[in-house]
Design a protein around this ligand. Structure first.
Ligand code: ADP
Ligand code: MG
Ligand code: ZN
Length: 605
């Protein structure tokens, strides 16, 4: 189900305008035809002729017109008055009856129908036609109708056949399981009520950006055939104090009326931040949060209102929001593992044209650490690449190349390195690869390239683990730092001078070494003490210091020691394999991109 905005105000204005025009036209032209006996306009001459023939039934002389009928009183005629003093006498002679009124009105029932029932029916018909057309338009644009609801601004979705279901969400099996229980409850609450079980009032989806939290919530909407109110936390934030709270109130009022239903608050951290006295506080936000807390207490869970919320900053949420009775169920939506990545790639690849029998596993393996959104992007990049090359279908190569695009940016053809620079980059990358290959705890090298990328990388070495890695031991971390140092070490050994090319390596090596000391407790000096704490684990994980300045100084020293040792180890490894370093580097310099197999072949020769 795609998100669809409420039908635009414009279309309703059109609707009213069209109805008004039609009614005016009907009143002017059509109703007169029905609303009475037809009146024939005639000239005065005809009138006189009819008088002479005595063919006049009833006649009524008004100041601005003369109405008359024929003898049989079948038709009514009208003519303009002419100054004719003998008219009355002649009419009398012709046997006309001076009627008080000639009925130009039809029966009162008919006129009632015409002037009341007919327009109302017309309104209703047009309205129906319009809403049908609108909903078809909505469907065409790929989703179901969503109406703007009251003041809350929440969109309510009606599940439609084209909606998103759990099948569209690959991996995330645990999250799906927890959510399908909620769906099941909404379908058959009796089953739960009989045993006395209460379902959680609220469930909080937490996880890094792009892992499919919003997607999962929409899938719940598609699966549970109940109304689904969707609103983003930021929509509660208003310029005027009190408006946010009013919106919350409104939202829950509607939800209670429509129960059983689901309320989904995306990015709830916008309003759910911890309330703290500092910084002057934010009255508006706190009021909104308080209202939310009150409302979540207020509604009866057994009635079938389930509140879903999503956030990637669970640690910043107010504890009151997380206590039992509110968002008491926490549903982690983590980065996908290898199998999850394969499944996500498959789901998205099925939406584009690909060659048959693509093996997604190697692609998923290279894309370690990628989120669902990134994988979706990778598939789309592959399709774009196929189009760019004028092909009908995306291939496995397209996918593999797109992974690199997402990791390292596009190939930068315009950047021309000088010969000397290119040589330096070749040695640098082989330095990484060689150090990695000579250590036992390093992931195998998959690809080495010295084609510059738009991300600024002049080259890179792709190392890919065999499977998923959930734990890393101290040796692996140290080897990793040594591998990072390998690039710089090669430059120093061959050219005897450092370049700027290693800045990113240095940054990453330092981060690792620091974490080993301050968070992983991997040094004897500091032991198992947390010297730093991580906040925002899903958003980069900033570490903040939790130790005295003296300890920090000692810690910095230890970090330097670790890196220096690994740098030395890299130099030693390369020095022992100097001929291989030269051979591999000139091979890479020639070919610009080499595979892991080519690399190993030369190495083992
Ligand atoms: P967030 O967790 O930040 O809310 P979204 O749910 O908005 O992430 O995901 C963004 C996009 O990434 C989705 O529209 C979908 O295309 C893709 N995506 C993310 N996770 C998955 C998944 N598990 N399966 C399939 N597609 C996914
Ligand atoms: Mg989201
Ligand atoms: Zn490097």
């Amino acid at each position: 189900m795609k998100e669809v905005k409420e039908p635009s105000r414009k279309s309703w204005i059109y609707y009213y305008a069209i109805v008004m025009v039609i009614i005016i036209l009907l009143n002017a032209f059509v109703f007169p035809l029905f609303s009475g006996v037809r009146v024939h306009d005639t000239d005065y001459g005809t009138f006189m002729t009819m008088i002479e023939k005595g063919d006049i039934g009833r006649v009524e002389i008004q100041s601005n017109q003369i109405l008359f009928t024929d003898k049989a009183e079948k038709s009514v005629y009208r003519t303009g008055p002419v100054s004719d003093p003998t008219l009355a006498q002649r009419l009398h002679d012709a046997g006309a009856v001076f009627a008080g009124e000639i009925v130009t009105q039809s029966s009162p029932i008919l006129s009632f129908i015409m002037s009341w029932i007919f327009p109302i029916a017309l309104f209703a018909l047009l309205g129906q036609f319009f809403s049908k057309k609108l909903s078809r338009m909505m469907k065409d644009s790929g989703g179901s109708m969503a109406f703007g609801m009251g003041n809350s601004g929440a969109k309510v979705y009606v599940p439609s056949s084209s909606g998103i279901s759990f099948d569209d969400v690959a991996g995330e099996d645990e999250a799906k399981e927890l959510l399908s229980e909620i769906v099941d409850f909404l379908h058959d609450p009796k089953k739960y009520r009989e045993i006395g079980a209460k379902l959680p009032k609220g469930a909080l989806l937490v996880g890094p950006p792009g892992t499919g939290k919003t997607l999962l919530a929409k899938a719940v909407a598609g699966e549970a055939e109940v109304p689904f109110f969707s609103i983003s936390g930021s929509e509660f934030v208003e310029m005027f104090v009190g408006r946010g709270a009013a919106k919350v109130r409104d939202l829950f009022k509607q939800a209670n009326e429509k129960a059983p239903c689901i309320v989904f608050i995306d990015e709830i951290d916008t309003i759910g931040k911890k309330r703290d006295g500092s910084m002057g506080g934010n009255d508006e936000r706190e009021q909104t949060l308080n209202q939310l807390l009150t409302e979540m207490d207020g509604f009866d869970g057994s009635k079938g209102v389930v509140v879903l919320a999503a956030t990637n900053r669970p640690d910043s949420l107010d504890p009151a929001l997380l206590r039992p009775g509110r968002f008491d169920r926490r549903i982690p939506v983590e980065l996908p593992d290898l199998k999850g990545r394969v499944d996500i790639l498959k789901v998205h690849a099925s939406k584009i044209k690909t060659e048959d029998n693509i093996d997604f596993e190697p692609i998923a393996r290279v894309a370690a650490g990628a989120s669902g959104a990134e994988l979706a992007n990778i598939v789309n990049e592959a399709a774009l690449r196929a189009v760019r090359d004028g092909r009908q279908k995306a291939t496995a190569t397209d996918l593999m190349e797109s992974v690199e695009v997402v990791i390292a940016g596009y190939q930068k053809k315009s950047r021309v390195l000088s010969d000397e620079e290119k040589k330096t980059v070749a040695y640098h990358e082989i330095g990484h690869a060689l150090v990695a290959a000579m250590q036992t705890h390093s992931a195998p090298v998959q690809k080495i390239t010295i084609i510059p990328r738009t991300s600024g990388a002049l080259g890179y070495t792709l190392q890919v683990d065999e499977g998923d890695k959930f734990l890393m031991d101290k040796n692996e971390l140290l080897d990793k730092i040594a591998t990072f140092a390998g690039g710089r070490a090669a430059e120093e050994l061959v050219f005897g001078v450092a370049t700027t090319g290693a800045s990113n390596d240095i940054e990453q090596a330092t981060k690792l070494a620091r974490a080993m000391v301050s968070r992983f407790g991997m040094t004897e000096e500091f032991g198992m003490v947390a010297l730093e704490t991580v906040s925002n684990q899903y958003l980069g994980g900033d570490a903040s210091l939790a130790c005295s300045p003296e300890t920090q100084t000692a810690m910095d020293k230890k970090v330097m020691e670790i890196i220096a040792a690994q740098h030395q180890k890299a130099i030693d490894i390369l020095r022992a394999n100097m001929d291989k370093l030269h051979e591999l580097s000139s091979f890479l310099y020639e070919k610009e991109t080499i595979t892991g197999e080519e690399f190993m072949e030369i190495l083992n020769n």
